[in-house]
Ligand binder design. Structure first.
Ligand code: ATP
Ligand code: MG
Length: 421
């Protein structure tokens, strides 16, 4: 029988990587606390309608990428492809608009999209997600962008580029859509197949196409900025000036439209120069019409999502500080025939006193245990050989300096604690 492998596009995050994730999440939690975002934990599956209405039927995510199935109760269920729609659903469901506004929420966890797997692109991947709900003030956009940049700053990342644009609102976007459609129609034969299909339905999406021919055409496409209504133009000016006041280095990119339909006004993306083809670490923006799209009242919102795998790849590529790989303070070594309980008791007492400790379970020789202690990066070893067992003592060795001494069994913990502090 063939052995069973993980499904295509999924990956096991093993012990040599998971501690790097812990660092990303620690830093994120710190930023969330400092900016006043409260953590929420939302379901991994939702009613399919939440996404088809919330994200938009004509988006790649909804059209091609969702994991949708009928459950045993005949409901159409979808594994969440992103968190924003769920956040807004939870906000509405728990009547949060009657609380003091805005609500600043964050969450993280696995997302699912049926995509072509490659480096930095998976079918199950994790996102960190921050949302500010209930505020239309452009300074909320500035704060969201700043909070995402603060995470990368604290992680020590460099070589990032922040791109920003406005995608307008339902008042001014139709006119821009017409302008753009007219522009692309004249050279429709040069567009790729999927863009020719988008020409009628959603010409803005052509700006996002990565095909060289389409890209060349978009170079001279009319800019959305020229079509913005007064409200959107002022909003955009306040956001860009606000970011400038914070000293943020952002670049206008009139081609940035983002893949999801619910965006209004601000759209932004952060690209990493160390990611290769899948270069976006973060995407976000304002979505003032999402709550209504899923059947709620008008609730303005702005947020971002960032891919954890892509953050970790960038950290590794840049040699950023990845956190401390957990290593035992003490490895407790005992001779095979005797002292097994002693080792267990000492390890227990060390842990109880706040130190980390590990021991052997494989009946290895003292020499092999010493080798493992050193491989595991233990700071100290505590040795109970036959003679120590007989005399009620233990050997304590500092692995960095090689210094060792014999101490009464009862003072092992105190002895090591003193040395460590
Ligand atoms: P891309 O253009 O790379 O497909 P996207 O615009 O679809 O990105 P968003 O929906 O904005 O991405 O999601 C926000 C972030 O989540 C991205 O910037 C990226 O870091 C991460 N991300 C999105 N899709 C994947 C995936 N399939 N695998 C890993 N990370 C992903
Ligand atoms: Mg995508």
């Amino acid at each position: 029988m063939d052995s069973i492998k993980a499904p295509r596009g999924t990956r096991d995050v093993l012990g040599d990587e998971s501690w790097k994730w812990a660092r990303v999440l620690d830093v994120t939690r710190g930023v969330a606390d400092d900016f006043g975002f409260k953590e929420v934990m939302l379901p991994i599956f939702e009613h399919t309608e939440l996404f088809s209405r919330g994200i938009g039927d004509t988006t790649d995510v909804v059209e091609k990428e969702m994991y949708t199935f009928i459950d045993k109760g005949d409901r159409s269920i979808t594994l969440r492809p992103e968190l924003t729609a769920s956040m807004v659903r939870a906000y509405l469901e728990h009547d949060m608009r009657h609380l003091s506004q805005p609500l600043k929420l964050w969450g993280w966890g696995p997302m699912f999209r049926y995509e072509r797997p490659q480096k930095g692109r998976y079918r199950q991947f994790a996102q960190i997600d921050f949302e500010t709900l209930g505020a239309s003030n452009p300074l909320a956009d500035v704060e969201i962008i700043d909070s995402s940049m603060e995470i990368y700053r604290r992680l020590g990342l460099s070589n990032l580029q922040v791109l920003i644009n406005s995608v307008g609102c339902p008042k001014c976007r139709p006119a821009y859509r017409d302008t753009l459609k007219a522009y692309f129609e004249s050279s429709a034969h040069e567009l790729c197949d999927s863009c020719r299909g988008r020409l009628d339905r959603n010409p803005l999406r052509i700006l996002d196409c990565k095909q060289p021919a389409c890209r060349a055409l978009t170079d001279n496409a009319p800019s959305v900025i020229d079509s913005l209504c007064d409200e959107c133009r002022e909003h955009f000016a306040t956001v860009t000036q606000g970011l400038e006041r914070l000293g943020a280095n952002v670049k206008l990119d009139n081609r940035l439209v983002r893949g999801l339909d619910y965006y209004t006004k601000t759209a932004y993306e952060i690209l990493s120069g160390d990611l290769g083809a899948q270069n976006a670490v973060c995407g976000g923006g304002r979505y003032d019409n999402l709550a209504e799209a899923i059947g709620g009242p008008h609730v303005p919102g702005v947020g971002f999502a960032s891919g954890v795998e892509r953050i970790v790849i960038t950290m590794e590529a840049q040699g950023a500080y990845l956190g401390n790989e957990p290593k035992p303070d003490v490895y407790v070594i005992s001779s095979v025939q005797d002292g097994t309980y002693d080792a267990a008791v000492i390890a227990h007492e060390l842990r109880e006193s706040g130190l980390s400790a590990d021991m052997d379970f494989m009946g290895r020789s003292i020499k092999s245990q010493m080798k493992i202690a050193s491989q595991n990066g233990a700071k100290f070893v505590c040795v109970i050989g036959d003679s120590e067992a007989a005399s009620g003592t233990a050997g304590v060795k500092n692995m960095a300096t090689g210094e060792q001494e014999t101490v009464p069994r009862g003072s092992v913990v105190e002895n090591i604690k003193n040395k460590i502090s």
